[in-house]
Ligand binder design. Structure first.
Ligand code: SF4
Length: 328
């Protein structure tokens, strides 16, 4: 690991000023950043510690939104009474990720920013990785593709976003509140992560000099039933091959609102809006759910190593929606 300077600012403003130094990085729980530093993938010259700045609070706002501070630990989010009562989907997604020890350290902001676990990205023995070394190529295009994307990829990068929390946030229409030298702004979660295009080294629309302050959740209109389904190679401590966050509102026996977000299949959480639209106004039956889910793979692009996802994904959506809607 390269030598680095450690800075512990006493305010959000001083943290943002410290980040302006060349090669500086924020640290919250460090569960991803330290791994990347030890693996010689990230080489920050200054570490700016954002713990102790009051960013770990979880609070209900007067307008009914829930504000989760960016330094709140995953375990604290999952155990918080307001989160458990109002957003059970988020709790399910968080506890599906990592291990208890990691959840005790990992933060909400770090979870948003965690980087892909593409084997070729995290192992510097592989030279070709456009995300780690722009312009070097993409080893996954002709290599191991089991974890890789079927939506939203480019010919430069086919990596997936590894977070479970982010999938639930996409279904819950979260907003990310950030602050930079010029003040605050809010980014809808759907615009926060970016597709690789020709610049796969850039994962998000967060500017270099901006700090995530909080994740804001609107009142949950889809609390009648929800479920997070994660399909992976082993039962715990593994990233999703495919995951589905489903939440719905039922009125007079028909679906009046439904949110379906997908993980493990794209460089960012992927909303299945066509499936949602097909279910709105319908009574939830196994047949209606299966019919709606099967079109989800229209427009997907698979490789030999991940073509199984085109079969698995509609089934996973059907299962998640059935469980969320208690459809027998
Ligand atoms: Fe690198 Fe992306 Fe290719 Fe993986 S898929 S090797 S992260 S460029």
């Amino acid at each position: 690991m390269n030598p680095f300077e450690y800075v512990k600012p006493s305010s959000v403003d001083s943290a943002i000023r410290a980040k302006a130094r060349a090669g500086a990085a924020f640290i919250g729980g460090g569960t991803n950043l330290l791994d990347l530093m030890k693996g010689e993938i990230e080489h920050p010259r200054t570490i700016v510690d954002i713990n102790g700045l009051g960013l770990d609070r979880i609070e209900l706002l007067p307008d009914g939104r829930l504000r989760i501070g960016s330094a709140a630990r995953n375990s604290d989010m999952a155990a918080h009474s307001e989160v458990r009562t109002r957003y059970p989907l988020l709790v399910e997604a968080i506890v599906a990720g990592a291990s208890q020890q990691l959840r005790n350290m990992a933060t909400a902001g770090g979870n948003l920013l965690q980087r892909t676990r593409c084997h070729y990205f995290v192992d510097t023995a592989f030279e070709r990785c456009n995300k780690r070394n722009p312009g070097s190529g993409c080893a996954a295009l002709t290599g191991e593709q089991r974890q890789h994307a079927i939506f939203g990829a480019s010919d430069r990068c086919i990596a997936t976003n590894p977070s479970d929390m982010n999938v639930a946030l996409a279904a819950l229409d979260a907003t990310i509140r950030v602050q930079g030298p010029k003040g605050e702004r809010s980014i809808p979660v759907g615009d926060f992560h970016r597709l690789p295009g020709g610049r796969p080294q850039v994962d998000t629309t967060l500017a270099d000099d901006e700090l995530i302050l909080s994740i804001d959740l609107p009142e949950n209109r889809c609390a009648d039933g929800s479920h997070y389904l994660k399909i992976r190679d082993r039962a715990s401590y593994a990233f999703a091959l495919v995951s589905v966050a489903a939440a719905m509102h039922i009125e007079n026996g028909v679906v009046s609102d439904i949110r379906i977000a997908l993980g493990g299949v794209a460089p960012k959480p992927w909303r299945a809006t066509a499936v949602e639209q097909q279910l709105i106004g319908k009574a939830l039956t196994r047949g209606a759910i299966r019919e709606a889910a099967k079109g989800v793979v229209d427009g997907s692009k698979a490789f030999p190593g991940n073509a199984f996802k085109q079969v698995l994904l509609p089934r996973a959506i059907a299962r998640a929606v059935q469980v969320a809607g208690a459809v027998s």
